[in-house]
Design a protein. Structure first.
Length: 158
């Protein structure tokens, strides 16, 4: 029930326009469950806002636009404990507890011409030594920026 409401909130509440482009972000059922049970629902909002900002920035930079971009977060892992994890697991340390993070997502792009294309991107850090100074969603944000560049490249190629 909460997952369905969360997806509806994300789809309708975070649609944004970069010029004439509508951007929506939703979560896979598995990731929505992680948000609800482990990370905390506010983390979904943080990731959604980051993705929309990154895509808008890349579209502005490249001077391209599409009619619609629908993004699905398939999975994401934080580098540091989220507030929900810290609340639920008192032994976690917000500074010293670190893990390999990242994000996997896919996007469906509806181009101005009416053509459709898909972009997929996944990045998960594989070296714990790279996480030392990272923020909560450091690697997920890196994945979001790289995904946004691929979206802009896909649109400019049409």
């Amino acid at each position: 029930m909460i997952r369905a409401a969360l997806s509806a909130l994300v789809l309708s509440g975070f649609a944004a326009a970069a010029d004439a482009t509508t951007i929506t972000v939703a979560f896979s059922e598995e990731f929505a469950e992680k948000l609800e049970d482990d990370y905390g629902l506010r983390e979904g909002t943080r990731l959604t806002e980051e993705i929309i900002e990154d895509i808008e920035r890349e579209l502005d930079r490249s001077g391209v636009e599409a009619t619609r971009i629908d993004v699905m977060i398939l999975d994401a892992k934080p580098n540091r404990p989220t507030f929900g994890q810290l609340r639920d697991t008192p032994g976690l340390d917000p500074i010293r507890s670190i893990s390999l993070g990242g994000m996997s997502m896919e996007g469906k792009i509806t181009h101005s011409s009416g053509a459709e294309s898909t972009v997929e991107y996944s990045y998960f850090e594989n070296d714990i030594r790279q996480v030392v100074s990272a923020g909560t969603w450091w690697d997920a944000n890196r994945a979001s920026r790289r995904f946004a560049k691929r979206v802009a490249e896909d649109i400019s190629g049409q």
